[in-house]
Design a protein around this ligand. Sequence first.
Ligand SMILES: Cc1cc2nc3c(=O)[nH]c(=O)nc-3n(C[C@H](O)[C@H](O)[C@H](O)COP(=O)(O)OP(=O)(O)OC[C@H]3O[C@@H](n4cnc5c(N)ncnc54)[C@H](O)[C@@H]3O)c2cc1C
Length: 340
Amino acid sequence: MTQLDLLIIGAGPAGLSAAEAAANEGLSYLVIEKGTIANTIRQYPIGRTMFSTPNEVEMHVGTLKHVREKPSREELLSHYIHFVLDHDLNINTDEKVTDVAGGIDAGFRVVTDKSEYRAARVLFAIGAMERPKKLRIPGEELSKVHHLFMDPYPYVRKDALVVGGGNSAAEAALFLSEEGARTTMAIWREDWENRDPKAGAMKHWVRTPLEKEVAAGRLRVVLYKHIDEIRERTVTLTTESGDQETIPNDVTFVLVGSDADLTLLKRLGVEFETGKAGEIPVYNPETFETNVRGIYVAGHFTHARHIKEAIDVPRRIVPLIARELRADVHEAESLADVPQ
Ligand SMILES: Cc1cc2nc3c(=O)[nH]c(=O)nc-3n(C[C@H](O)[C@H](O)[C@H](O)COP(=O)(O)OP(=O)(O)OC[C@H]3O[C@@H](n4cnc5c(N)ncnc54)[C@H](O)[C@@H]3O)c2cc1C
């Protein structure tokens, strides 16, 4: 069984940053990623422009190549992939961590769907995309219902419904409408009228073209109360005035947010608190170590949610982990030197 100083779960910006920091510290480390390098970014809509500026998402100043002011999905994805290749980081992709057990004294045992590892410390950089929120209504299990939007082109001249009030839903509705899908966006009034960026309002550079699509009659916005049922060819919803409406439908995107999968952390005994974005692990704000000694967290499912923080935090905490591990070795060597 491979013995590591640090095992990192997830190869998003947080996991990649942690891997580089671990390599710089001379630690034996491995990143285990169930999908691909930067899997979450790969699943952004094709051709999407980032909300963030390059300095907020690049691994090192000036290394992200971009054509416009803000990078595209493809430019960012390529940046992260080349970061891994250029630094020859240790990453196993297509491998899912299914269990973490043990403790700081005897070390942790990390089980995946392919192998088993032992690690002195474990960093969870698992993101917050694992569990898309569901409407929990009849028909949501139909194959035409998606909880992720990547590509408008299969839906040209089709009847598309997007449900949701955040930026992901707004972008999906915009891209579908612009590319010739007959699009309806079902949104709650409070989300449609929200103009506060701190409260998750639609970014103005999404809203402005979206409103143009509405004005041109290509996109219909329905202020709704709830979606009642999805059928093969239709969707029935209740509008905010209480009227029930059945609309033609070929494809439905339910984009109402997602949660991290906290199962492994809970099994280990990590404590959680309720934050703005749902359940957040309790951790030391200096070290990002949880109440379970030796278990660390970083990235999207902590309070430091944005990509910039997902990159910065591991650079602060991995040197602390390395220092602690070196102190452990030093102590063990000193004890061995004591005459019996
Ligand atoms: C559509 C969209 C647009 C966004 N736009 C922006 C933006 O413009 N600017 C910005 O700052 N943020 C943006 N975000 C948020 C941004 O994507 C996250 O902040 C960022 O990805 C966080 O990085 P991370 O490393 O914490 O998590 P992630 O990038 O989500 O990486 C976590 C990784 O862990 C892997 N994983 C999870 N569980 C396991 C397991 N059990 N075993 C192995 N691997 C596992 C996942 O496959 C994933 O690759 C956007 C998010 C979405 C969905």
